[in-house]
Design a protein around this ligand. Sequence first.
Ligand code: PMP
Length: 385
Amino acid sequence: MEIYFDNAATTKPFPEVAKEVFEVSLSDYGNPSSKHMKGVDAEKHIKNTKEILLRILKCKENEIIFTSGATESNNMAIKGAVKARERYGKHIITTSVEHASVREPFLELEKQGYDVTFLPTDSFGKVDLESLKESLREDTVFVSVMYVNNETGIIQPVSEIGEILKTYNSDIIFHVDAVQAFGKMRVIPKNIKADLLSVSAHKFHGPKGVGFLYVRDGVRVLPMIEGGGQQKGMRSGTENVPGIAGLGKAVDIIYSGDLDLRISHLKDLREWFLTGISGLEGITVNGGDGDDQAPHIVSVTVSGIRSEVLLHAMEDKGIYISSGSACSSNKPGLSFALTAMGLSKEETESTVRFSFSYESTKDEIDMSIKALKELVPVLRQFVRK
Ligand code: PMP
């Protein structure tokens, strides 16, 4: 038995995506910058993916820059846009619950002399809008807020934030890390007044190591990677053509099918899971409800059991889940998101994440709940000894 419930860490590529990557690698292996037919054939894949994205994001061709994924997109957005606005001010704002690929560039900028505000959240992990309003200053140049938190699935009020920022000063650049939102809701940068928006393909059944940054027309971002001047000098390096083709394929499959059906399936799964665990003692669900909550993530604190212990016990039964967030598991230390929400060290260390895909089933959830019901009392006893 294999039940994969770690889809917020990464997803299994759609077979069509794997096929596309394989076929493009073999047939259109030319360098997209080459002037001969092989180059032109390769370039067609980049154009094709762009066309798909323009339709979905309702943006223009020159507003998409392909990257190696959201870590690069976030770094480029933050460092590139902040540096481009250096002479207008040095105050930059983010939240205390961002992914490391946002938090670390902010900490680096802080070291370089920027004044950084880390906004607090409420107990659901939602950014406090009053704190945002209070923190805005004449020299504020840049704000970054994630769309959906990767650890809890809470949806941040990004449209309200966009509105607040643009009303205060339309020159403030608003960046949104939309990694956990893309494919789980309709993400349209203009609707949330985002100037920059990051996405990674492997979170929605695309290939790993490829993503993009949306850069609104007219927003200046200094390139972080210099070299041959590809992508209009914004991101040098030969484009990952098979990856970009695979990204396009995944977006096309998700959005040209019935996205609403996919989303409602995920919502059903989440509800099913919550009902299933409601009988289990000492379990708390972190995050929000209804419209405040992304449908694919459930974060649960299982009191008295360390998350790694539960993770491996579940793994022994063929069920793959995550402790906190897989993306931060490389770095020792407590989860920032859960800590910001007010969870104690002990609670944070006892939190696991289940994350579903469109292909997950209620049967799989039933089997996972059964496993939890068997394991939790036994592991708790073991811990007490
Ligand atoms: N932001 C968020 C919210 C994420 O969940 C992740 C992936 N865990 C990233 C950024 C980084 O994406 P990647 O590892 O694909 O660069």
